[in-house]
Design a protein around this ligand. Structure first.
Ligand code: UFG
Length: 348
């Protein structure tokens, strides 16, 4: 049976990949995006696109009724850790206040299934690596706090249905997916990250490899890691998108609330990533050693056991070279791609 899924932030990076996969899986999709950092061209034509702020509770609720929405995947939010340190109100406003409005709209419209884009940033600097979902949450930046606060709101709301003795079939259920470091692009080069002023390592390195940046800084070379640079668990965006589609099926089949790590369970250092980008692009990057960036934990690697058990999710693209290669090819296409869409918009 076809269902309608409302995807907030569906014109953004992970949202657009997930929208594509939802459509392939036979779902109807309504994308809500205010185009702050997303692009309308990233939304597939088969999806309904509505330019709207996800914090507009009344308008979102109307849309839900209009399209018989039965589930929400909530991507919309700000994602840049250093910016959250310098402008925390921006992060609490969009990531917490607007998320609450979105959750309230679901309650108003009777939408019971909710998938939330959370982040490994909720762990802060974990005591144990790989980090499991039961580990203490202790964010070290406002971005992480904003994601954790939304997780708590979801947990409390789901819990309240149970203590208010709502029938099981009417209870609000959610899955919070804690993303590790998302990167890469569609294998055919047709979709990828187009965020302006990107700060994420693989994106920035690919921009440098394409000549869009003169240099790339390595933030911190004195960490207690093998080569002194930070280690992260890089996950391909298509695998992450698949986790959302799988989480949706899980909720539809009566699954209860879950918080799940989305990572591969292994890590690569900043230097290893940069070497890989140089290899796939055949470009020599101008690397600058810079001081540590505030809010960066030294090592972040997922314990992936729970998502494997609960969703039976298995990655298809656990390969750093493939992640960097698809990201690089997308970066090369991006300029042509944006130009073509500008021309089409003018002509249309
Ligand atoms: N880095 C550089 N140079 C750059 C960009 C990044 O050295 O130009 C380093 C960072 O200092 C860090 C690593 O590369 O050590 C990865 O940084 P990213 O900015 O790519 O990603 P983050 O680890 O900061 O962010 C990610 C996710 C968040 C998550 C966070 C947890 O995007 O969702 O990890 O710390 F919350």
């Amino acid at each position: 049976m076809q269902h309608t899924v409302l995807v907030t932030g569906g014109a953004g990076y992970i949202g657009s990949h997930t929208t594509r996969q939802l459509l392939h899986a036979g779902h109807r999709v309504v994308v809500v995006d205010n185009l702050y950092s997303g692009n309308k061209w990233a939304v597939p034509e088969q999806a309904v696109f509505v330019e709207l702020d996800s914090g507009n509770r009344a308008a979102v609720c109307r849309l839900m009724h209009e399209h018989d929405v039965t589930a929400v995947i909530h991507f919309a939010g700000h994602i840049v850790v250093p910016e959250s340190v310098s402008d925390p109100a921006k992060y609490y406003g969009n990531n917490v206040v607007n998320s609450l409005q979105m959750i309230q709209a679901c309650r108003d419209a009777g939408v019971r299934h909710f998938i939330f884009s959370s982040s490994a940033a909720v762990y802060g600097t974990p005591a144990t690596i790989p980090v499991g979902e039961e580990a203490d949450t202790a964010p070290i930046n406002p971005y992480g706090f904003s994601k954790l606060t939304t997780e708590w709101m979801l947990q409390d709301l789901s819990h309240s249905d149970r203590i208010n003795n709502k029938p099981a079939g009417e209870c609000f259920n959610h899955v919070a997916l804690r993303y590790f470091n998302v990167a890469g692009a569609a294998l055919d080069g047709s979709l990828g990250q187009a965020t302006p002023d990107a700060t994420h390592l693989i994106k920035v390195a690919c921009e440098a490899a394409c000549g869009k940046r003169d240099q790339i800084a390595i933030f911190g070379t004195d960490y207690d890691t093998e080569d002194g640079t930070c280690v992260r668990d890089y996950i391909h965006v298509e695998d992450l998108a698949k986790a959302h589609v799988t989480a949706l099926e899980y909720l539809r089949n009566g699954g209860q609330c879950q918080t799940l790590n989305c990572g591969y369970g292994r890590g690569f250092s900043v230097r290893q990533v940069l070497d890989t980008v140089q290899k796939v692009s055949n470009a020599e990057l101008n690397l600058i050693e810079a001081p540590r960036r505030p809010g960066d934990p030294p090592i972040l690697i997922a314990d992936k056991t729970k998502i494997h058990e609960v969703l039976n999710w298995r990655p298809d693209y656990d390969d750093l070279e493939l992640i960097c290669d698809t990201a690089y090819k997308w970066e090369r296409n991006l300029v042509k791609f944006q130009k073509r869409h500008r021309d089409q918009t003018k002509a249309g």
